[in-house]
Design a protein around this ligand. Sequence first.
Ligand SMILES: [Zn+2]
Length: 318
Amino acid sequence: MSVAVATAPAPFYEDVACYGCGRRGGRAFIDAQDDLTGKPGTFHFVTCETCGLAFQNPRVSLDHIRQFYDDDYIAHRKTNWGVLNAAFNRAMNQLDAAKDRIVSRYIGLNASSAVLDVGCGVGTFLQRLRQRYGAAVTGVDFKNLASYPALQGTEFHCGLFYEAALADRRFDLVTMWHFLEHDYDPMRSLRTAHRVLKRGGYLVIEVPRLDSVTFWMFRDRWPGLQAPQHTVLYDRAHLLAFVERADLEIVDYLPYGAFPAYFYLFTGTAFLMLKGRGLNLKRAIYPYFLGRVLAAPVLAFEKYLNLAMHTVICRRSQ
Ligand SMILES: [Zn+2]
């Protein structure tokens, strides 16, 4: 490779082979816009002609995707919500509590537990596990969020998970809450998770579910597309196949997640109306909480309706 090539800026788009089977190309599946923030561009998802996996192709290169995870990015919330800060913080606490409830069904955490959260964001889930159970907590995120208050007391690694310097560390629990659909090499991440788990340790993965009611409702405005950040769209069959290929034993499968399906019902409806103009979160927050009250009768059955998310619980058995 010449010096000129090595120093040239990385192209914005790059072609990618199927994350499941390695086949190149793919049949056109669905086109999406950045409905959440309204940044320009149309992004293409394809279906692999060999294994049927749906993924974004071409994808935005790693060098360029960072600009789509700015300070307003919803998982890295720096936004000042004004008078609704309290309501927003309560919603986030409820999300962390829901994650805790799922995890606690399978593993009893205590002061001798070691937990790793991959794609830990601002770290409030790990903070909860540290405060409630005394667990030793480690977080990885490709964005440097070390200065956030909830990450104080957490061992934080900035960078890609499969490149993180975890050396011979072993964990009782590894969690990936809405991480794997952002990942640029999900099989490598799953194998890395297998490597850093203790024998008998658990891996919990939650991602949006492609074969769900909200995808059927919203199609190219489905919030689970979240272009261009989402690289892979997992249906049940492909999620389970990925986990098994990484030699992980499937313990349970849930047709829901900790993340509220209502968020997809609300934002999907808004995206249909806005047609790519971007959602003003501050303005949307009043109708958001109002809509949640109105939708309460449906949401009472969220765990049975396959609305938006799925979660797989797996274990390293050997
Ligand atoms: Zn494939």
